[in-house]
Design a protein. Structure first.
Length: 341
């Protein structure tokens, strides 16, 4: 049995999953393995693909089957993908593009006795939420951004930043912008714009080009995902302008960019690690009567030039040695081990 508590790094609190408090597991088909359904936004974003690999490893280690599908970035297709799983699986976890679009689907699942766990959003007709403390992690990135800006010449109140946002309608977008924005406001730093990228790197490139054209002064960019921030960083490099770059996700490409000085920080959310738990928690909700009345908070860790090489080694092992990686340990403990090597 894995530990029921995951330590969250930095400013994030510990999250506890309680047992035996109000969820009634459905009866699994006799003699069959439990089947977990996972509905992603798409299966092209590198972070989503990393989560899929972690989820597959979780199924292998814990003896259940997993069926993975997506909406290809389209909410209508995603709802259809969800509905198609209702005849195939025992429990579903879904990363909703727009949680409000799933009202009828969640009711269908409830009528069939299929528990639903949402990622990063909330809905009272589901068992609960598995996700990140988006506000806390974006606050931490914002605080680090302020320290970076302080190292530049001039007053903080003269600094200007721009945001590459995610997808409007997602709960994580609001939180991942919110903490950062509040830190900027508290320090008198102007946010020029926060355009949604829909997690699309190509769209992020266009938005970044527009930012560079529209604004003579941009001191820092904050991207809500490495999948959009890293391409934007290449645009900045090509422009020759001196702009700090901060981000979230901690994918290998972005961590290498931090090492190389092309980006200034990212935030490790460890796609394979989080995918492991995004599969495990639904399985345990079904089989162990878990109570998700409180959100299950996944951990994260800020990545800077001081720890980037150790974190990159960790991420490489998650990808290349997935079947050996110690997913059962708290992420902070794993990070500490790599930092000590």
């Amino acid at each position: 049995m894995i530990k029921k508590r995951l330590l969250a790094a930095g400013s994030m609190a510990m999250a506890t999953v309680l047992i035996g408090a109000g969820i009634s597991p459905i009866e699994v088909r006799a003699g069959d393995k439990v089947v977990v359904g996972m509905v992603q936004i798409d299966l092209t974003n590198p972070f989503h693909l990393g989560e899929v690999e972690g989820a597959k490893e979780c199924a292998e280690r814990n003896g259940f089957e997993i069926v993975i599908t997506s909406g290809d970035g389209d909410v209508t297709k995603q709802v259809e993908a969800f509905d198609n799983l209702l005849e195939q699986v025992d429990v579903i976890t879904v990363n909703c593009i727009d949680v409000t679009a799933f009202a009828n689907s969640f009711q269908k699942a409830k009528d069939k006795g299929i528990p639903v766990i949402v990622m990063h959003s909330k809905d009272e007709n589901t068992e609960g939420t598995v996700g990140f403390d988006e506000y806390a992690l974006s606050t931490e990135v914002g605080e680090y951004a302020v320290e970076l800006l302080k190292e530049q010449e001039g007053e903080l109140t003269d600094k200007k930043v721009a945001i590459l946002a995610g997808m409007l309608g997602q709960g994580l977008n609001e939180g991942r912008v919110g903490g950062f924005a509040d830190v900027m406001e508290a320090n008198g730093i102007e946010i020029l714009a926060a355009e949604p990228t829909d997690w699309d790197g190509t769209k992020a490139v266009t938005i970044m080009e527009n930012y560079l054209t529209a604004y003579d002064q941009i001191d820092l960019i904050y991207g809500l995902s490495d999948s959009v921030t890293y391409p934007a960083a290449q645009v900045i490099a090509d422009s020759g302008r001196d702009i700090l770059v901060t981000s979230v996700d901690g994918n290998q490409e972005a961590i290498q960019a931090v090492i190389d000085g092309e980006m200034d920080c990212t935030y490790l959310l460890a796609a394979e690690y989080t995918g492991y738990y995004k599969a495990l928690i639904p399985y345990q909700v079904l089989t162990e009567d878990y109570d998700l009345s409180e959100d299950y908070i996944l951990p994260g860790f800020i990545v800077t030039s001081e720890n980037a090489e150790a974190i990159l080694s960790l991420c490489e092992d998650m990808v290349n040695k997935t079947n050996e990686f110690p997913f059962e340990k708290p992420l902070t403990e794993i990070v500490d081990e790599y930092m000590a090597d």
